[in-house]
Write a protein that binds this ligand. Structure first.
Ligand SMILES: [Mn+2]
Length: 591
């Protein structure tokens, strides 16, 4: 598929120059810093050297004092405490964190994860009934609860108090919880509002420890859970999240809890897609990155919630010995294999449905429906089809008499808005700009399909129909040196709002040995034809079809990440090429 290359603005040249002098590094590196919002010497220092001491005081959060007081009181009065969380990665890591922390101080603590299918997202009546029957009088809700106005009233009537720790946007009314920790509350002045649900759980235990004069050191062992939640929930890796992610990764790479050792054991890290070739052929060692957590660890924790119960995930996360973790991880790995098989099968069925539609080429959307598909993997399949055809996509199945499914969008197109214009045809609908869920009565389905297609067709801009590669800077190959990379590496951890930089270089040629290796990967070595310099090794994963551009003898342009490649103990730089175009083709600029 053709991609648009879009070059980011370079930032204020005066600030770039000034920062460059102060830090004594070149303007290419300072441009990258300024693009990431780092504009002063002080900001650069904390960017390159994140410190746990820079974490905000948890008591700056609205209601934190009340939350801590209520927990202290519960312990003093021997109340039963129930830690309640969502079934996804963020929810289960949050529960594991708060549950183990409290359990290390106090016996009468248990946890509860609602069933994805029978109870659904958020605080359920079934969960409250469970608490009531088992004499819990305090529920700490993590990663959910901010909109549970009715069910928290239901709990209150049964003598159960709630502490809500949620990072979702509140509705018009807050629930009648004893304390509500949510940095997105209008009346909360906490300096950072992008924490994950598990990050909020961490702030709660940080506050409890601080008030009770427990050393911060005792909390560091929970940071692996926090970084996994940050990665899986796709929150920005900025501010406080960046500090938590930095130390969380450090812990995961040095001394992970048994659960993560076990999950990695089953995920055969050598099979990661982007490094497929390198790792199948050579032994390749490197540290875990945020994207490993997204692609290897996250799906395995999620699989339990999708296929059986999120309770399994929490039990794995809190295991204290490697033996018990391996046992549970094996089971979860089975769920993940089942999930993957379902996902592959449904994707194939969806693709053949599309192939059988003679009108598909003329449409601007992808909508596929099969009453027999498993609801738990529809979102994943929708994402896959969005990648494949690059259109607003809806995948549906039948459940409880309704046609119900998941929607995914392409960059800049607001699918929530488009579906919202069909609201009169829908039974349920929720979500945000890029992802939504909906259900429709069967008799309204045809009308919905037609209206959704016509709304998308009349509102989507031409540019949104072509995937885009955002380029941080245009550079000469001579800028890419070991010294440059040594500093670039310190921009990590990479993730949303601090992505690994993409560079573009125009007018390079191959040194003559380009070839296709492994599963359609293009291996080449690039150089500027008119400037002396060393050739740089490059690999373009799954782009074997571009061999002809490279072998044409004419200069071409590349955009790429810079990486380190370790081979036989020898470390060298390698360009990981995202796209290749003949030199004549243009690019855009977003100054
Ligand atoms: Mn969350």
């Amino acid at each position: 598929m053709d991609k648009r290359w879009v070059i980011k603005g370079r930032g204020d040249p005066e600030i770039v120059q000034q920062l460059s002098r102060e830090l004594n590094i070149n303007t290419l590196l300072t441009t990258l810093l300024v693009q990431r919002g780092v504009t002063t010497f002080e900001e650069a220092r904390s960017f390159f050297r994140p410190k746990l001491l820079q974490l905000h005081d948890p008591f700056l959060m609205k209601d934190m004092d009340r939350a801590v007081y209520r927990i202290e009181n519960a312990i003093r009065n021997h109340e039963n405490i129930l830690v309640y969380g969502d079934y996804d990665v963020d929810g289960t890591t949050a529960v594991a964190l708060v549950y183990t922390f409290l359990k290390s101080l106090y016996r009468e603590v248990d946890f509860y994860i609602p069933d994805r299918y029978s109870e659904g997202y958020g605080i359920s009546k079934a969960g409250i009934d469970f608490a009531h029957e088992n004499k819990f009088s305090l529920i700490i809700a993590l990663d959910c609860g901010i909109k549970a106005v009715e069910n928290i009233d239901y709990a209150l009537k049964r003598g159960i108090d709630f502490i809500v720790c949620d990072h979702h946007r509140p509705g018009d009314h807050l629930p009648a919880a004893y304390a509500i920790l949510d940095p997105k509350r209008a009346d909360c002045n906490y300096p950072y509002d992008e924490l994950s649900g598990c990050g909020l759980g961490f702030k709660l235990v940080q506050a409890f420890s601080k008030k009770n004069h427990m050393p911060f050191k005792r909390l560091e062992k929970y940071l692996d859970l926090v970084v996994v939640s940050i990665a899986a929930d796709i929150v920005p890796i900025t501010g406080e999240n960046r500090i938590l992610a930095y130390y969380g990764l450090k812990l995961l790479n040095s001394n992970p809890r048994p659960a993560f050792t076990a999950i990695l054991h089953y995920s055969n890290i050598k099979k990661k897609n982007e490094f497929q070739y390198v790792e199948e052929e050579f032994a390749f060692n490197r540290k875990l990155t945020i994207s490993d957590l997204v692609f290897l660890i996250g799906p395995r924790i999620n699989a339990a919630g999708r296929m059986e119960s999120g309770r399994n995930s929490v039990e794995l996360l809190v295991s204290t010995t490697i033996e018990s973790a391996i046992e549970k991880a094996e089971q979860i790995n089975q769920f993940n294999i089942e999930r993957r098989n379902l996902d592959t099968m449904i994707t194939q069925q969806a693709l053949s449905q599309i192939a059988a539609d003679p009108d598909f080429q003329n449409k601007k959307t992808t909508i596929v429906y099969n009453p027999d598909w498993h609801k738990g993997v529809l979102g994943i399949v929708a994402s896959r089809l969005t990648e494949q055809y690059y259109r607003p996509t809806i995948i549906l199945t039948k459940a409880n008499g309704l046609i119900t499914g998941s929607a995914r969008s392409v960059k800049d197109f607001d699918i929530y808005n488009a579906i919202d214009q069909c609201i009169d045809l829908l039974e349920h609908f929720g979500g945000h700009k890029y992802a939504a869920g909906l259900s429709i009565k069967p008799e309204n389905f045809e009308a919905f399909k037609a209206r959704f297609e016509s709304i998308v067709a009349s509102t989507i801009e031409e540019r949104m129909r072509v995937p885009e590669i955002e380029i941080d800077a245009k550079v000469r190959l001579s800028s890419i040196s070991t010294k440059f990379y040594k500093i670039l590496k310190q921009f990590a951890p990479f993730g949303p709002e601090n992505m690994a930089p993409v560079f573009m270089t125009e007018g390079v040629v191959d040194t003559g040995f380009a070839c296709v290796v492994g599963k359609n990967h293009l291996k080449l070595s690039v150089i500027h034809p008119d400037i002396s310099g060393f050739p740089l090794a490059a690999i373009a994963f799954q782009q074997g079809e571009k061999l002809s551009i490279v072998q044409s003898g004419r200069p071409f342009s590349i955009c790429y990440h810079v990486e380190e490649n370790e081979w036989n103990g020898h470390v060298s730089l390698q360009l990981n090429i995202k796209d290749i175009k003949p030199l004549a083709e243009g690019w855009e600029r977003t100054d």
